[in-house]
Design a protein around this ligand. Structure first.
Ligand SMILES: Cc1ncc(COP(=O)(O)O)c(C=O)c1O
Length: 414
């Protein structure tokens, strides 16, 4: 196959981008949907019969949930969920150490304190063992934010009984997990509430956007009130029943999402099949082990296709060099979030205490070292979900590029 591209050779996957649809996808349906909103002069959802209302029912139904509350983005979706289940200033919220920062900042925005749980080094998901250990050690835990990392559902069989026993609420962070299933049920309302993101890179997108799902009538009513600055949805005017904020989604967002939801359903199926195919190809190469999935995962939605890089199988070449070489071959891989959250500057003593209510004690994030999180982030390599939307030829190029690097690893080691 010749020299590695990073050393001046021809890229093995140079045609990959031609075989994958540009993201986000759109067509006439999306254009029409946006124009309809524009011309309707109903750009805000506060009126009855809104597109946001329709999206709420369509998305909730797809995700096997009773209720949906559409919001401005995935970050406030989590905030709304935490607020709705009763998280308040000074409460503790367990959060996996490896995730996007919003999984944790949703808690701090309410004055609650994130307690980092370790993640399973093979799945990247919150470790039920670590959650159990924290619950045995810490008082005042109100909720757990469980991220389906990359779209890989958490182990509900272990997590749910652990939390139910203690009255701790389970909030699913489904920002990565559109279409993912655990034992035949789509994620989002398996826990008490679930939050999704519709940000531009996500599997269903309107640029920005989010939704909260739940099966609880009580939580749904409360969340609707909170998200609409204390007003009852569909009753425009100035009657406010609680003090709150405005989390509402626009009608433009809702219209785009409605236009795209059928496509999402098809794409979930395709990514599930293609993800399994690519995982098989990688397993055969060795040293690039696909993210493990628990046996309860019956459908795998994707935000990231994740694999774990084993430098020993690649002549001791560090991950950073491997990623550089693979990118040069034409496969735009990355390293996920790059580090456990507790290493982010935002969790240094100064930065943390600056935003928290006076009197908050610093949880010594700066001294943390969670072995699963360290191991997972050390090895993690990610590819965004839409690369799974190509045909087999595209997936074969990805595998071929990795094979080429492995066969010519001497060029990198030298
Ligand atoms: C795991 C996770 N949670 C929450 C969010 C927040 O979503 P948004 O960007 O829509 O605010 C994201 C999005 O990047 C995410 O990846």
């Amino acid at each position: 196959m010749g020299r590695l591209a990073v050393k001046g050779g021809s890229p093995a996957a140079k045609d990959l981008l031609k075989l994958v649809p540009p993201w986000p996808t759109y067509g006439e349906k999306e254009k029409q949907a946006l124009i309809e909103v524009l011309e309707s002069r109903r750009w805000c959802r506060i009126f009855p019969g809104s597109r946001a209302e329709l999206l709420e029912s369509v998305f909730a139904e797809y995700h096997h949930a009773k209720h949906g509350i559409a919001v401005a983005n995935g970050t406030v979706a989590l905030e709304l969920a935490l607020k709705t289940v009763g998280v308040k200033t000074g409460d503790k919220v367990i959060v996996p150490a490896v995730t996007f920062i919003a999984s944790a900042s949703a808690a701090t925005e309410l004055g609650a304190i994130p307690v980092f749980a370790d993640v399973d080094a093979e799945t990247g998901n919150i470790s039920p063992r670590s959650v159990r250990e924290i619950l045995g050690r810490e008082d005042g835990v109100k909720a757990v934010v469980a991220v389906h990392y990359g779209g890989n559902p958490v182990n509900f069989d272990e997590l749910r009984p652990l939390l139910a026993k203690r009255g701790v609420k389970l909030i699913e962070d489904c920002a990565h997990a559109h279409g993912s299933e655990w034992r035949g049920r789509r994620v989002g309302a398996i826990g008490d509430m679930g939050g999704f993101s519709f940000q531009e890179s996500k599997s269903l997108t309107a640029g920005e956007g989010g939704i909260v799902l739940t099966d609880s009538d009580e939580y749904a009513n409360k969340a609707r009130l909170i998200h609409n600055i204390g007003r009852v949805v569909g009753r425009p005017g100035y009657e406010h029943y609680i003090l709150s904020s405005n989390y509402r989604m626009t009608e433009f967002q809702a219209a785009l999402l409605l236009a795209k939801i059928d496509e999402l359903k098809e794409q979930v199926e395709k990514k599930h099949r293609n993800g399994a195919y690519l995982a098989d190809r990688l397993r055969k190469i060795g040293g690039v082990e696909p993210q493990k999935m628990e046996e309860g995962v019956t459908k795998r939605g994707y935000y990231y296709f994740v694999f774990r890089y084993d430098a020993e199988e690649f002549g001791g070449v560090p991950k950073r060099r491997f990623v550089e070489a693979l990118r040069a071959e034409g496969v735009p891989v990355d390293v996920g979030y790059g580090m456990p959250l507790y290493k982010q500057k935002a969790f240094s003593r100064e930065a943390f205490l600056e935003v928290m209510p006076a009197g908050t004690e610093y949880p010594d994030y700066d001294k943390m070292h969670l072995p699963g999180a360290e191991e997972f982030t050390k090895r993690e390599v990610t590819l965004l979900h839409y690369y799974l939307l190509g045909e087999r030829e595209a997936l074969d190029l990805i595998a071929a590029a990795i094979e080429k690097i492995k066969e010519n690893i001497g060029e990198l080691a030298a």
